[in-house]
Design a protein around this ligand. Sequence first.
Ligand code: FES
Length: 123
Amino acid sequence: MYSKKVMDHFKNPRNTGEIEDADGIGEVGNPICGDIMKITIKVKDDRIEDIKFKTFGCAAAIATSSMITEIAKGKTLEEAKEISKKDVSCALDGLPPIKEHCSNLASEGLRKAIDDYLMKKKD
Ligand code: FES
């Protein structure tokens, strides 16, 4: 049911944990199932220098969280904001249709973390 890439990222998730002195934090929950995720980012020169995630959720939620951290690392904030849930599921060679909603967490979490950083920067 899951692709090899999904299983790989589920079994060996990349960039797990939390950045202690994070510049931006994004916390989101999936209203459909109640799963939650938290993304923390470190920003330098408008680029995502470091990114970590913690996800309490299903295999697809963990795999998409892991994959989005890999895609986003090193990207500018503008580029990272454009990463869609489709980009993430394509990078994982697709998700089973009933698991598509699980990829919302990753892209929403990243966007929230970026918005949080931009808000804090304004103050
Ligand atoms: Fe909750 Fe997948 S079932 S995110």
